[in-house]
Design a protein around this ligand. Sequence first.
Ligand code: BGC
Length: 378
Amino acid sequence: MSFRTTRAVAAFAGAALLMGGLAACSSERTDDGGTDAGGEAAASDTLVGIAMPTKSLERWNKDGSNLESLLQDAGYETNLQYADNKVDQQITQLQNMINADADILVVASIDGTALGPVLADAKSKDITVIAYDRLINETPDVDYYATFDNYQVGQEQGKFIEETLGLADGEGPYNLEPFAGSPDDNNAKFFFSGAWDVLLPYVESGQLVVPSGKSPVDNEAWQSIGILGWGSDDAQAEMETRLNSFYAGGETVDVVLSPNDSLALGIAQALEAAGYTPGEDWPVLTGQDGDQANVNNMLADKQSMTVWKDTRTLAAQVAKMIDQIVAGETVEVNDEETYDNGVKTVPTYLLPPKVVTKDTVQADLVDSGFYDAADLDL
Ligand code: BGC
């Protein structure tokens, strides 16, 4: 019996219980697929569709394969798809999963505002939807959200810059070039706000100077410096333009706020091409994810830090949510306030990200088994 059939039986049994005046026995999840009346659905009868944005970024490959193997090991059926960062492709993939009678959809969206109609169809078929890493906006049809604390990611980047440059001690002025993530990614505004809440006061005091003028006046203006699609090439081109246009007279850039590793990779290439030397005049450069190429750049003094997201813990948390949904248990969340998607506040499980620097690569990334030493230029 599939999870869908089991749910129908459970709903019927739940109704019978209610009619019998035993409502207090029912679980809290009957609304979206719980099987509280003794009809526990089996993992092997449950199809989980996993929609990832792209294979072109290392983290999503790890996310997809971690989650898929955890679920398969637990006996679930899975359907994992990557959408080449194309919104229409992701919508088609989701529609195919719905047509294949998926019971649960796990979605790392490309454009968080574009999935309303396809998720309405999912909801009409009683499918539970979990937003993975990125919130899905402007729809009531998302049930849960699991992610790393996105605001904290930005805070860690801002605080790293503050401490490394001694800004709290009054040091400066330093030349800063800030970047932000993809304007269609809901996470990007949290990353930027977290960092800008630390750095903007120093811009206003003149301790940080932005020669390019690409300095958002407030958190809301972050999209003006966003790199659509998070592409390394686009970040490289933007950094080259800034260096050529605003640093031609011998000025040097001291610090670059990069929201993630894919942008940091392109920015590092632009710096290298412009003649900056690692370990000498190379600017402070932030990142996020702990991608292999960026870890190697940290080891080579071409990137100062990364905010590591251990994708294994996110996959494990989502697998736990799925177990709880299928068992009809209350789904564990730890934030029911922050993630308003424009229609509802989505119950969320937030995981803590961690700052990794050159000095902690071995302890954090190798000793934990995230990378083999042989993968890195240690
Ligand atoms: C993720 C980041 C990632 C970025 C680009 C964001 O939504 O949270 O970890 O670097 O997308 O893929």
